[in-house]
Each structure stands twice: as structure tokens, then as C-alpha cells.
Design a protein around this ligand. Structure first.
Ligand SMILES: Nc1nc2c(ncn2[C@@H]2O[C@H](COP(=O)(O)OP(=O)(O)OP(=O)(O)O)[C@@H](O)[C@H]2O)c(=O)[nH]1
Ligand SMILES: [Mg+2]
Length: 425
């Protein structure tokens, strides 16, 4: 008989499946994702204070980042590197616009850019590129009236090599007699220019068709990265996600409007949040991550019973500054235990001093602070370059805290130890 958790997870996964399908994610991908999410959600321990739903969403996000990456994928261009980018994509996706957007993006970062118009198929393609590029003062190489795009591309590279450009972006055709011819043309251009990276422009609003397009381009010319256009529209981007999976390449940029400035770096959390219709996904992920910080139970117990060394105390205080795991653990104990903030939340300035003092103490002194008499305190002070008074302060802090913990233990009896297996919510 399925237990309550299993039932809850299955229902949540079903719910997410519907959301993904509505966002136009391909059925196979939805099934693949939900299988992984269900399996992991049942296997992984639910972090304290986190609901089933929050956990399932977090797992789904992680499964999605296996495809889109968890960090924004960067495109680095070094000055003097003469990098060659080639933009490909079906007609009307926004290649020409994106070529100029990218050029502007890198120009703003202090690089010399050249654009090459290698679309000989669409009437007025070169003029469109020239007009857009003129607005942001980026030079364009083109050969009006010529019909061999691979030759134009090659000449364009030679031209911008002489101009000492750092980056050349090649705009290509999107329409053709048929798809096969288009793919042949892309192959020829790619083999003539040997681009460092081929960028596939995908219209985020086209949905599932994106997959077959992406596959066809990827087979003709291995796609290095993806630029999602028209993300300013209402599409949730599920088709685009499926296309990303089909090519195995990462999305680096998104187009967010018709203007040349409307280009942004791709941010996985934003994308996933939009796909799932959750504006607060980032906050949720941070919450789950925070809850997953674990402190070994034995250690906490020993600490709570006053069994800790000066070094333990210091480590705990440092931990506390970083994440607050001990504070969290304390909150989770039924009935709650509150430690005086002033005992735990020591100012960073003071911690810095204590850090070097601790480094000057021997192992024995750290384990038995009682040994630190005035002559030892003097030695430690000298070794750490801090005052003797500060050394005393630290040692006193230890005794105060130790005493406090022991008192608390007496007051609370065995409750603390028993309360350790966290309650699920
Ligand atoms: N809203 C919006 N419109 C965009 C975006 N990117 C491009 N467009 C518009 O989409 C239309 C097509 O853009 P193009 O850059 O000409 O597309 P293309 O891929 O070069 O098209 P072909 O040359 O015919 O293959 C234009 O009207 C652009 O202004 C975007 O991010 N958001
Ligand atoms: Mg174009």
C-alpha cells in the first residue's frame, strides 16, 4: 500500500506534469523529467521546515538545470582574439536582429566588432543588417548582388582580420527553397569560415516545432549555443527547452524586444520560474538550500550538553555567522531553545581577532582552555600579535558558554537528545 508521502509526491509530480505540458514542453521530456523527480523526491530526505511541494519543485528545477545549466553560461571574448560567431536559424526567428544585438553587447564591453551579411536569399537582407548596424555604428561587410554566401563570409573574415576586429558575427539565411538546401548552405558556410561557435536562434514562441528545427541545424552544423528570441512575448518557453535538450547545448542569451539593446544573458532560475509560472522560484530554492545545511546530530548533542572544546565553540560561531545551522537546529527543538544572541552572534571584528588567537594556541590548550594561565596567555598574545586581554576574553567566552550549556541541559533534562530526529511538516 502506498504511504502518504508516496501519494503526495505522485500527486505533486502529476501537477507539475500538467504545468510543463501547458508550457509546451515536449511529452517525452515531461515524462523523463517527472520520472526523475518522482524517484528522487521519494528517495531524498525532506529537509526540515520544507513542504513536499517545495521540495518537489526544487528537485524538478535541479533536473531541468541538467539541461540548461545551473549557472548562466557565459560567452567570453578576449580583446585581440579574433573570434568568429555564426548565427543560424529558421526564417523570421530574429537572426539578423540578434546579430546586431550581440555586436552591440560586445561593443559595450570594449571590443571591436565586425558584422558579415551572408544571407543572399532574402531580398533586402543586407540592407536590413546595414540599417540596424548603422544605428549602433558597427561596420558591416557585404557583397550586394553576389550569390555565394560562403565566399562572402570568407571575404568578410579577411576584411575584418585586416581591421583587427576582436569578434566577427556572421548573419546567415533562414529562408530557402527547402530545408535541405538551407542546411547544405549552412554546412558550406561553416566549413569555409570554421566558426568558433555556431549560435542557433530559436523563436521562443514557436513551441514544439523548435525541436525538429534544432535537430536539423544541429545535424548540419553542430550548434554551440542557443539564443532564445522573443522572450518578451507571452510564451513560457517549453518548446525552447525541448530544443535545448535536442541539441545538448546551453542557452546563453535571450532576446527581449525588437530594439538593439534588448538582449540579456540567460538566467536558468528566471527561465525555469517562467516555465513553471513561479515568480518566486529563486526564493524557494534559497529556502530549501538553507534548510539542507546539516549539522551532525552527535555534535549538536555534545554541544548542547557542554561537551565541546574552545575550537568547537569557535567553529560553531563561524558556522553560525555563515548559515546559522546551530540557530536553526535550536529552533527545531520542540519547545524551542533560545541562546542569547550576544553569546553567539559575535561581531566579525572580534571573530577575526579570535581566529588568529586560536591559530596560536596549542592543541592541548584548545581542548583544555583551563590550562591557559597568564604566562600562556602572554605567549599566545605575542604569537598572534593580539592583546593579552583579548586572549582572556576568548577563554572567558568559552567558560561562560560552557556553563550556560550545562545549566540548560540540567533544566531541559533529556528532552534535547530525544528531540533530534526532526519532525516532518
Ligand atoms: N518582440 C521581439 N521581436 C523580435 C525579437 N528579435 C527579433 N524580433 C523581430 O522579429 C522579426 C524578424 O527578425 P529578423 O532579425 O529579421 O529575423 P531573421 O531570423 O533574420 O529572419 P530571416 O532573415 O528572414 O531569416 C523582426 O520584426 C524583429 O524585429 C525579440 O527578441 N523580441
Ligand atoms: Mg535575417
Amino acid at each position: 500500500m502506498p504511504n502518504i508521502d508516496e501519494k503526495a509526491v505522485k500527486e505533486l509530480v502529476k501537477d507539475l506534469q500538467r504545468t510543463l505540458l501547458q508550457a509546451d514542453v515536449n511529452v517525452d521530456l515531461v515524462l523523463q523529467l517527472s520520472r526523475a523527480v518522482e524517484e528522487r523526491s521519494l528517495r531524498e530526505k525532506l529537509p526540515p521546515g520544507i513542504s513536499r511541494r517545495e521540495h518537489v519543485v526544487k528537485v524538478l528545477y535541479e533536473e531541468m538545470t541538467k539541461f540548461v545549466g545551473s549557472e548562466p553560461a557565459k560567452m567570453e571574448v578576449q580583446p585581440g582574439s579574433f573570434r568568429k560567431l555564426m548565427l543560424v536559424g529558421i526564417q523570421g526567428t530574429g537572426k539578423t536582429t540578434s546579430a546586431v544585438k550581440l555586436a552591440k553587447y560586445f561593443q559595450k564591453r570594449g571590443l571591436r566588432i565586425g558584422l558579415v551579411g551572408a544571407d543572399t536569399y532574402r531580398p533586402g537582407a543586407l540592407e536590413q543588417l546595414q540599417q540596424l548596424a548603422a544605428k549602433v555604428e558597427i561596420p558591416v561587410y557585404g557583397e550586394p548582388g553576389k550569390k555565394k554566401p560562403e565566399e562572402i563570409a570568407k571575404h568578410g573574415l579577411e576584411h575584418f582580420k585586416k581591421e583587427k576586429s576582436d569578434l566577427v558575427i556572421i548573419d546567415t539565411a533562414g529562408r530557402h527553397r527547402n530545408e535541405k538546401d538551407l542546411m547544405e548552405e549552412m554546412k558550406h558556410i561553416a566549413s569555409a569560415v570554421q566558426p568558433d561557435e555556431i549560435i542557433l536562434a530559436i523563436d521562443s514562441s514557436i513551441g514544439q516545432q523548435a525541436i525538429s528545427q534544432a535537430r536539423a541545424f544541429h545535424e548540419a552544423t553542430p550548434v554551440g549555443s542557443i539564443l532564445l528570441t522573443k522572450m518578451d512575448g507571452s510564451a513560457r518557453g517549453g518548446g525552447a527547452l525541448s530544443a535545448v535538450v535536442a541539441t545538448g547545448s546551453k542557452v546563453k542569451f535571450i532576446g527581449t524586444g525588437e530594439r538593439v539593446e534588448d538582449l540579456e544573458q540567460f538566467v536558468p532560475t528566471d527561465f525555469a520560474g517562467r516555465l513553471l509560472g513561479m515568480g518566486d522560484l529563486k526564493a524557494l530554492l534559497a529556502k530549501v538550500e538553507d534548510a539542507q545545511v546539516t549539522v551532525p546530530e552527535a555534535k549538536v548533542k555534545a554541544f548542547m550538553e557542554g561537551r565541546f572544546t574552545l575550537k568547537d565553540m569557535f567553529d560553531q560561531m563561524e558556522n553560525l555567522r555563515k548559515m546559522g545551522p546551530l540557530r536553526k537546529v535550536l529552533q527545531m527543538i520542540p519547545g524551542g531553545v533560545s541562546l542569547p544572541e550576544e553569546q553567539l552572534g559575535v561581531a566579525e571584528e572580534k571573530m577575526k581577532g579570535w581566529r588568529v588567537i586560536i591559530q596560536s594556541m596549542t592543541k592541548k590548550e584548545l581542548e583544555e582552555p583551563r590550562l591557559v594561565d597568564s604566562s600562556r596567555a602572554r605567549r599566545i598574545a605575542r604569537g598572534s600579535g593580539r592583546g593579552e586581554r583579548e586572549v582572556r576574553d576568548l577563554v572567558n567566552q568559552y567558560f561562560t558558554m560552557n556553563k550556560m550549556m550545562k545549566q540548560m541541559k540540567r533544566r531541559r533534562g533529556q528532552m534535547i537528545g530525544k528531540a533530534m530526529p526532526f519532525q516532518r511538516r
